[in-house]
Design a protein around this ligand. Structure first.
Ligand code: PDD
Length: 298
C-alpha cells in the first residue's frame, strides 16, 4: 500500500485539506464545550462497515442535542467515501465529528443560527496486528463509571473515558470496564462489554442512557441470532464476569475482541473463548458493508 507517497487529506467544513493544516476555529463549540457528536466506523476492503446504522445513530445524537443536520445523508456518505478514497484506506477507520458550530463563547446555544462544523478524518489500520491481538486476547481493568447520565448520545465529551483508558494503559491492559454504583459493568471506555455464561449464553447490558448503543454490539446480536446463540440483555457484575466462561468487548475498532484477564486475573483458562472467536470470524458476513468506490445506494 503506497500510503507513504500520498499526503493525508482530511475534510473540514466543505474543503479537503492537507491533514497537517486541518483545523477548526478556536471558538468552535466542540472545542470549548464538547458540544459535538461523532461517529467512528470501521473501513474494510475500502468499504464502510454498517454505514446505515452509524448514520442513523448520528441522526439521533444530533436530534438529542438539537444540532441541525449539516447536509443530506447522501452528501455526507459521499464526503466519507471521498476521504477514504483520497487517503487510499483499505483497512482502518473513518471518523466524523459534527459540532454545533462557531460562536462567541456563551454556554447556551447561539441565538443566531450558526452552521454546524463538520470534520472527517480517515486512519489506516493494521489488520494483521488487530487479528493477532484477538488471537492473544486482551486484559481489562475495572474503574468506577464517573460519566454523565446520557452516554447513549455519542458526544465528544470523553474525559472520563480518556482517564479510564489511560489508567488501563498504565496497568498494561487494553480497556477499562466502567462499573456503576451497584457494582454492575456499564461498558468499556470505548467499547461494549460482554460475557458468556456457563450455558453458552451471551450477556450484555440492555440499551439505555447508561451505555452507548454500539453498532458492533447490534451486529454481534444479529450474528449470534444467525448462529443460534442465545443473547440475554441484562447487566452483570465484575464478580460474575471474573467467573464467566468467556468475556469480550465490541467496538468498530476492535469488532469482537476476547478478554482474557480482568484486573490481572484470568478469565476461564486465560485464552480467548471459542464463541468470541467464532463471532469475530462470522461478523463481517452478517453486517452491511458498502463498496463506496462503485456506488452509494442510499
Ligand atoms: N468507540 N461504548 C463507548 C463508550 C464507545 O466509545 C464505543 C465506540 C462503543 C462501541 O460502539 P460501536 O460498536 O458503535 O463502535 C461503546 C469508538 C470506536 C471510538 O470512540 O473510537
Amino acid at each position: 500500500m503506497p500510503t507513504h507517497r500520498i499526503g493525508r487529506v482530511s475534510y473540514v467544513n466543505g474543503r479537503y485539506v492537507p491533514h497537517s493544516d486541518a483545523a477548526v476555529h478556536i471558538e468552535d463549540r466542540g472545542y470549548q464545550f464538547a458540544d459535538a457528536i461523532y461517529e467512528a466506523c470501521e473501513v474494510r476492503n475500502g468499504s464502510i462497515v454498517d454505514l446505515t446504522r452509524h448514520l442513523d445513530r448520528m441522526d439521533r445524537s444530533l436530534r438529542e442535542l438539537r444540532i441541525s443536520e449539516p447536509m443530506s445523508r447522501k452528501a455526507l456518505a459521499l464526503v466519507l467515501a471521498e476521504v477514504i478514497r483520497r487517503n487510499r484506506v483499505r483497512y482502518g477507520s473513518i471518523y466524523l465529528q459534527i459540532s454545533r458550530g462557531v460562536a462567541r463563547r456563551d454556554h447556551p446555544f447561539p441565538t443566531r443560527p450558526v452552521a454546524p462544523s463538520v470534520v472527517v478524518v480517515a486512519k489506516h489500520g493494521d489488520q494483521k496486528k488487530n487479528d493477532a491481538m484477538a488471537v492473544a486476547g486482551i486484559g481489562v481493568i475495572t474503574m468506577p463509571d464517573l460519566r454523565w447520565g446520557r452516554v447513549d448520545i455519542k458526544t465528544v465529551g470523553l474525559l472520563p473515558n480518556v482517564l479510564a483508558k489511560q489508567a488501563a494503559r498504565e496497568a498494561n491492559a487494553r480497556e477499562a470496564w466502567l462499573v456503576d454504583d451497584a457494582g454492575f459493568v456499564t461498558e468499556g471506555g470505548s467499547s461494549n462489554a460482554w460475557i458468556v455464561t456457563a450455558d453458552g449464553v451471551l450477556v450484555t447490558r440492555p440499551e439505555g442512557p447508561d451505555i452507548l448503543s454500539g453498532i458492533t454490539r447490534r451486529g454481534v446480536m444479529d450474528t449470534a441470532e444467525k448462529l443460534g446463540i442465545r443473547v440475554e440483555l441484562r447487566a452483570f457484575t465484575v464478580e460474575e464476569a471474573s467467573q464467566a466462561r468467556e468475556a469480550f468487548i465490541t467496538s468498530a475498532s476492535s469488532i469482537v475482541m476476547p478478554v482474557v484477564t480482568i484486573n490481572g486475573k484470568s478469565v476461564a483458562n486465560g485464552h480467548p473463548g471459542t464463541l468470541a472467536t467464532h463471532l469475530r470470524e462470522q461478523f463481517h458476513g452478517v453486517v452491511e458493508a458498502r463498496n463506496l468506490s462503485t456506488r452509494i445506494p442510499i
